[in-house]
Design a protein around this ligand. Structure first.
Ligand SMILES: [Zn+2]
Ligand SMILES: [Zn+2]
Length: 272
């Protein structure tokens, strides 16, 4: 008797499918991911970029398991206007976004000044709190200030600290505040020893995986592909499974279950 072996169900919790790198093959990239075992992809749109949100909403229209989030990224904080907060409210009231994000702080690039970044983060956390939405947080060299902002705005809606690169103290503080911790292809990079140690310690029921496409292609694709894409999230998940001494299908199932507990995507009633 023949049995069909299905690939483990996986979720890419963070992919920038609005980026021009996907213009030539956006739907094809999503179909390839779903054909390879993915069951959902979360796409954060940046409200300061005119093409970003329409591109993601169009994609979510075609693929019900592509979930949209929206916000103003730390890099673009200097371009935030009050109209972006109004837009968040409208999007939330129409049920078009599942989270506010990505928002956060990036003290590595400092494309916007740290003061402006902190102000823009806090205003969006307030919006998220009032709208009852989780947050997708970006933090680079800014863990303590992210925690301060979450506490200062009494943000208890949880969400995801994405593309995690901070230390264990930051991870633990965000876990205490109800957040999931998501790992990208950085986890597979040869020099990421400390990050892998942190990844071993995150409780299994708080772990997520992502690609952060089109950036950060995981090993073995790193350097050999022109851009990352959601299908490659399996490489990060396999590495994480190995680190934790778990079979890959178990790690895949756990991260998918975690994502579904935050964003119950399977209640849309449609198959991809
Ligand atoms: Zn980010
Ligand atoms: Zn991102």
């Amino acid at each position: 008797m023949q049995t069909t072996v299905h690939p483990p169900r996986l979720v890419d919790s963070h992919a920038h499918l609005d980026m021009p790198e996907f213009d030539a093959a956006r739907e094809e990239v999503v179909r390839r991911a779903f054909a390879g075992g993915l069951v959902a992809i979360l796409c954060p749109a940046d409200l300061t970029q005119p093409r970003s949100l329409p591109t993601i909403l169009d994609l979510a229209e075609v693929f019900p398991h592509v979930l949209a989030a929206a916000g103003v990224h730390a890099h673009q904080a200097k371009d935030m206007a009050e109209s972006h907060i109004l837009e968040l409210r409208e999007l939330a009231s129409r049920g078009e976004i599942r989270a506010v994000g990505e928002i956060g702080l990036d003290y590595h690039y400092n494309f916007s000044s740290p003061d402006i970044q902190r102000d823009v983060l806090r205003r969006q956390l307030v919006a998220g709190r009032e709208l009852g939405l989780p947050a997708i947080l970006h933090s680079r060299l800014s863990g303590p200030d992210i925690i301060t902002a979450v506490d200062a705005e009494s943000f208890t809606g949880g969400g995801i600290l994405h593309c995690f690169t901070e230390d264990w103290d930051t991870a633990r503080a965000m876990l205490d505040r109800g957040f999931f911790i998501s790992f990208s292809g950085i986890l597979t990079f040869p020099k990421a020893h400390e990050l892998r140690e942190v990844a071993k310690k995150i409780p299994l029921d708080r772990l997520l995986v992502e690609t952060d496409s089109p950036y950060l292609a995981p090993v073995p694709f790193r350097g050999s592909v022109k851009r990352n894409e959601p299908a490659y999230v399996s490489e990060t998940a396999k590495l994480l499974a190995g680190l934790r001494g778990l079979p890959f299908p178990d790690l895949a199932e756990a991260t998918t279950r975690n994502f579904a507990s935050l964003f119950p995507f399977e209640k849309t009633g449609r198959e991809c």
